[in-house]
Design a protein around this ligand. Structure first.
Ligand code: NAP
Length: 331
């Protein structure tokens, strides 16, 4: 069942109703074979890029995954080979970056955004190569990949996309699920306001940047805002994290600005990327809207209500509660 096929329901409170979704059509014990059809850089590259991120598209036609996923879900990849204990490598999950119609328009090709993991072993400072990220980044067109899925029912668009406006906050490869969601929303023709706030270290790290700018030029209801953390921005000399855009919006707090969107009762907020960003976003919302204004999104224990600058990650589960209008997927 796709988002579009789902019967439309709406709660009296305005909370989003999520579609019923199928998961685990293909299990890790019995993976299917997909074939790589595209493998290309999805950053602009350049001297200052903080890493290599590739758009890897896999043809899953003829398998239960064909037209069996919606954007926001994940799929699994089983890399070949064994770990250092001689056991087969475990399944890795990747966010589907494609719209629900797939890359091809028929749900036969799904894609993800993969960052090569290259690091040092902390014990002996030898090179560490991420097993599956490098496997996917090195894959050639035509290569066979063992895939599973889909998984995830919670981090998806609501059953009735027209009932809401949307603010997406992404850092780095956290853009993956939002690429598909934004294409789904804009292609469905809804009038909902859609804002993407995208954070990366350098402007050369912006993922799918040309595509997103083209979508912004084409769709009046889509706004694309960047937050570059290690360079001045085009509109301000400051270095910014995504949450800093709440108070450094070129539109101020006027119509269509982030403060105005966050204050709107129709708005759903989706956050994907680095763990840590959600705390900054909660703080930004609270500082911009005040305790009462923020309450439809986050509620805060009396004990910490006075001073958002003192909030820390430990408080997220115990003292800061998100409403059903906030969707988080951070690692
Ligand atoms: P990246 O290119 O390094 O960009 C991350 C950006 O976030 C940088 O500009 C960084 O700034 C900034 N940042 C650091 N701390 C922050 C904070 N507390 N608040 C706000 N921004 C902050 O990102 P990446 O290497 O692709 O990593 C993306 C993360 O997303 C990974 O952890 C990945 O696992 C996760 N991810 C999750 C999903 C999912 O859940 N479905 C999908 C894809 C990716 P500085 O470095 O300059 O400080």
């Amino acid at each position: 069942m796709t988002t579009q096929d789902t019967p439309i329901k709406q709660t009296a409170t305005g909370d989003p109703v999520l579609p019923e979704l199928r998961v685990n059509l293909v299990r890790p014990t019995d993976p299917v074979i997909g074939r790589v059809v595209t493998n290309e850089l999805c950053t602009k590259g350049g001297r200052k890029a903080s890493g290599f991120v590739r758009h890897v598209a896999i043809d899953v036609s003829g398998t239960p995954l064909e037209a069996g996923f919606v954007t926001g879900q994940s799929f699994g990849v089983l890399p070949p080979g064994e770990d250092d204990k001689g056991r087969p490598h475990k399944l890795r999950l990747y966010s589907i970056a494609s719209p629900t119609r797939g890359e091809d328009g028929q749900g036969k090709v799904l894609a993800t955004s993969v960052k090569r993991v290259l690091d040092e072993h902390w014990e002996n400072q030898t090179l560490f190569r991420g097993v599956c990220s490098n496997y996917l980044c090195d894959a050639q067109v035509g290569d066979e990949i063992r895939v599973t899925g889909p998984s995830g029912k919670r981090f998806v668009l609501p059953a009735d996309p027209s009932a809401h406006d949307y603010v997406f906050f992404a850092t780095g490869t956290g853009i993956a699920p939002f690429r598909g969601m934004i294409i789904d929303l804009l292609e469905s023709g809804v009038n909902s306001k859609v804002t993407l706030v995208m954070g990366v270290p350098y402007s050369t790290d912006l993922l799918y940047d040309d595509d997103l700018r083209a979508l912004e030029a084409k769709h009046e209801n889509f706004r694309y805002v960047t937050a570059i953390s290690r360079e001045p921005q085009a509109d301000t000399p400051k270095k910014l994290y995504v949450q800093d855009r709440i108070t450094n919006d070129p539109l101020g707090d006027g119509a269509g600005s982030l403060p105005a969107s966050l204050a709107c009762e129709r708005t759903l907020i989706y956050v994907c990327g680095l763990a840590g960003m959600e705390l900054g976003i909660f703080r930004g919302i609270y500082e911009a809207l005040g305790r009462d204004g923020a309450a439809p999104l986050i509620t805060v224990d009396d004990e910490i209500a006075g001073d958002p600058s003192s909030w820390n990650r430990r408080m997220i589960n115990r003292q800061i509660k998100t409403s059903k209008r906030v969707f988080l997927e951070v690692y």
